[in-house]
Ligand binder design. Sequence first.
Ligand code: FE
Length: 235
Amino acid sequence: MDRVALQKCSYGMYIVCAAKDGRLNGQIVNTVFQITSEPPTVSVSINKQNLTHEYIQAGKAFTVSILPEETPMPFIGLFGFKSGRDIDKLATVNYKMGVTGAPVVLDNTLSYLECEVVGSMDVGTHTIFIGKIVDAVVLQEGRPMTYEYFHRMKGGKAPRTAPTYVKEESAAEKPAEKTGGTMAKYVCTICGYIYDPEQGDPASGVKPGTSFEDVPDSWVCPICGAPKTAFEKTA
Ligand code: FE
């Protein structure tokens, strides 16, 4: 079986949120799709290890925020590579409480759906939740980010709990381009983000042309927040 064949499937990029006993959480998913139009229903596949899974089961509801192509990587990293068991992901973003009791993320959102869980299916590592849409709102116009765009333009990787995670994915398969420069690129072993000295990380105050060695020790991965020590030199 050639698993690369599966990578030709197209997906979107979404934040799915849920609530349990007044606690709120959300995560990046790429597996939302519409099942029926009458009544309007969608499904989503969520890893059983994720806190959002526990919250969807408890609250019997979830919301879906559809992300545009312009969504910044740190925002995706916040929801995609961090756990709600460690931090309150909604503390630093704009959201509102939806009609189902689940929160709706409003930042970087083209439109959102609010869903009541009307069914689910245990599929081993994941549960597929089926949600009846009880409200849907367009917040702004824009191009929705596809999963392919995320990988191609943002250098994104799937976390280990993603349905589309490919075990063989490794930095070794992505040798650094030889551009004639002498400064090496470094890859985050957690999320796959590549630090390119020529670009630096201006958003975090690291100027273009800064070698990885000269990046401050307090600097963290702009996608997943991993420390500098989690990086290794690319081949
Ligand atoms: Fe990272």
